[in-house]
Design a protein around this ligand. Sequence first.
Ligand code: SF4
Length: 274
Amino acid sequence: MLKKETSKEAFERYIHISYSQLKTYLTCPQKYEFQYVMGLPWEFIPEYFPFGKAIHEAAKIFYRTLKETGRRPTLEDTTEHFKACWDKETQVNNIRYKENQSRDTLRDKGAQLVKVFYENVAPQRIIGVEVPFSVDMVLEETGEVLPCKLAGIFDLIESDEEGNFIIVELKTGAKRFTDDQIDLDLQGTLYSYALRQMGYQTDGEETLVRYDQLLKLKNPDMETYYAVKGNVHYIWAYTLVRKVLKAVNNEIFFPIPGWQCKECPFGTTCQQEK
Ligand code: SF4
């Protein structure tokens, strides 16, 4: 257990910004406005939403059982958790599946991915599973503090034999990450920064982030990538977050039409705005 884990009460006392809010703004400021400023209901739910949730649920049960009992749950149990979560999350009828996909085919694909996860994952010492955090963002050179706290949930924190912490993020996707994607990944930077604000690093000023990526391919696979995050990344992230907050404060919300529109749950509203 992390000593400085954020309690629900402490969390509710402050205004927060999360990685997914930042990602939404950086993908399309208008989508951010629809979602977080106007609070519009979604026109549909993209399938990757319940899919990612069900995969994370299975991984959570796997890690928690291992942490608490020292033993892995069975593959059958882990898969059952995926299926139960998938069945529950997809009961609603506004899920949008991609061409050639359905509730049943994705249920099977998910079970295959859980098997790949189960066979490949090799955790070190588990420190925390789904650990919430809420931290100040501070520019160390000047002491400037952003007006919002950074909030999120670590999927998993492990430690090596010397007790050094490593952040682990579980991802699902159809394409393997490139080196640039890993190096520039904002989520890894923000989460390692949050861990440092809680008083932990991997080594000196740097923190190791591991990405376990489950690949939704015809033959499902799992890749593991590492990134080392430190002060250079943190200053860059601080500046970026400050600029996004300033833009939101000034109500700068414009559409960015592109690949992201296909899966945007505000497409009809967006068309009507024009
Ligand atoms: S449809 Fe495209 S441009 Fe419009 S809000 Fe969604 S992502 Fe932005």
